[in-house]
Every structure is written in C-alpha cells, then in structure tokens.
Ligand binder design. Structure first.
Ligand SMILES: CC(C)(COP(=O)(O)OP(=O)(O)OC[C@H]1O[C@@H](n2cnc3c(N)ncnc32)[C@H](O)[C@@H]1OP(=O)(O)O)[C@@H](O)C(=O)NCCC(=O)NCCS
Length: 189
C-alpha cells in the first residue's frame, strides 16, 4: 500500500490510500457544505445511528469540517466520522458518529477513519478520544475497542446519558468511552 497526502485550498486535510487494486482506493478529506446531503443519506442508511437533520450535517460540514473526515470511492461517500473539540474540554477529541457504507464494511475502513481522525491537524493537543456507544451496538464497541488495541491505548467506560434520567425511556443509555492518552501531536501532523 502507498499513501499520499496534502492540503486542499481551504487548509483542509486530504489524503489518499491506494491499495494493490486501484479501484478499491479510498480518498480521505474534510467535508464541504456540498457533502451534507450525501452524509445525511449515509447516516440514515447506517442503523442504529440516529439520523440528524440536514441542517446539523451542514454545520458539521462547515463549522466543524476540520474535525470531520470522509472517505470517498469512485466519487461516492463510503465512510464518515464526525467530531468536535468540546469548548469546555479542549483536551478531548469527541467522536459524534462513525458510519461506513454497507458495501465497504469489514475491510478496515472504520479503523482507518479513526486512525486518520486522531491525526488530523485539528486534533492536535487532544489527550483523549471520547465517544458514546449504546450497549446494544456491538459493531461500534468492537470498532473502538480494536482501535484502542491497535493504537496501544487504554480504554475506560462509564455511564453518561441514562435511559431514564436523560432520555425518559425513549432511547438506550449512552456509555461514555474514553481512549487515551493520545500521543501529543502538533498541528503540522
Ligand atoms: C461500526 C462500523 C462503522 C464499522 O465499520 P467497518 O469499516 O466495518 O469496521 P472495520 O472493518 O474497521 O472493523 C473494525 C473492527 O470492528 C469489528 N467489527 C466491525 N463490525 C462488526 C460487527 N458488526 N460485529 C462485530 N465486530 C465488528 C471488526 O471485526 C474489526 O475488528 P478486527 O480487526 O479484530 O476484525 C460500521 O459497521 C457501521 O457503519 N455501522 C453502522 C453505524 C454504527 O453503528 N456506527 C458506530 C456508532 S458511532
């Protein structure tokens, strides 16, 4: 495998991962506003993820674009990770959602997205990757557990949003996963 990377005009990170079969290459880049509809479609097709409003995806693709990453193949979005740096905790890099299109699953794209995500320039200075996972989402649990193992990081969990207290029984509890400590990187990485 060979890898190429560079900067787009707006400072966004763009890189390509080429495999032995060129048609299987994924191109990784930060999103732009024009991607929001396709991102919304991918998330909607990726059960059990909560579907967001299109407006929410537009904000992710603009205000939060530097902490979001998508994978394209043949011009189609096949993978997506959205995140942000919480204003009250800049040492955290929070993952909002990860989605891989059904046709691209089981080939390591989910892990690849997370590994690239923590190395984005906008992730510099973060000590922990955090996310929440519902107890029934085995695929997501496996993804983040494998990510922590592959990166040699420790993983801690605790209840964050409770099904009764915070969701009034309308949604499963969300368990907070905290993975770290991330190696200190500066924004040129
Ligand atoms: C979760 C998801 C992103 C995984 O994407 P992926 O590209 O298939 O993941 P990877 O191929 O990188 O697999 C990473 C690890 O997770 C494991 N895994 C992936 N899907 C799994 C599943 N359905 N059940 C059990 N383990 C699974 C893999 O076995 C792999 O571990 P391994 O290296 O030991 O084999 C994808 O299944 C998806 O989009 N699901 C729907 C949306 C969702 O639940 N998102 C996560 C919540 S934010």
């Amino acid at each position: 495998m060979s890898e190429a990377s560079g900067e787009t005009g707006n400072g966004a990170h763009r890189s390509a991962l080429k495999s032995a079969a060129p048609e299987k290459a994924f191109y990784f880049r930060n999103p732009v506003a024009q991607d929001a509809c396709k991102v919304n479609d991918l998330v909607a097709a990726s059960r059990p993820l909560d579907v967001n409003s299109l407006y929410c995806n537009l904000l992710q693709c603009t205000h939060f674009a530097q902490t979001c990453l998508l994978a394209e193949q043949d011009g189609e979005i096949r993978g997506w990770v959205s995140g942000y740096r919480p204003a009250d905790d800049p040492t955290t890099l929070f993952v909002w959602q990860v989605a891989v299109h059904e046709c691209a699953r089981g080939r390591g794209l989910g892990i690849d997205l997370l590994q690239r995500f923590v190395r984005l320039p906008a992730a510099a200075g973060a000590s922990h990757l955090k996310t929440t996972i519902t107890p029934s989402n085995h695929a997501s649990r496996a993804l983040f557990t494998r990510f922590a193992e592959k990166e040699g990081l420790s993983l801690e969990t605790r209840l964050w949003f409770d099904t009764v207290v915070h969701f009034a029984g309308r949604h499963e509890s969300e368990i907070l996963y905290s993975i770290g400590s991330l190696p200190l990187r500066d924004s040129s990485n």
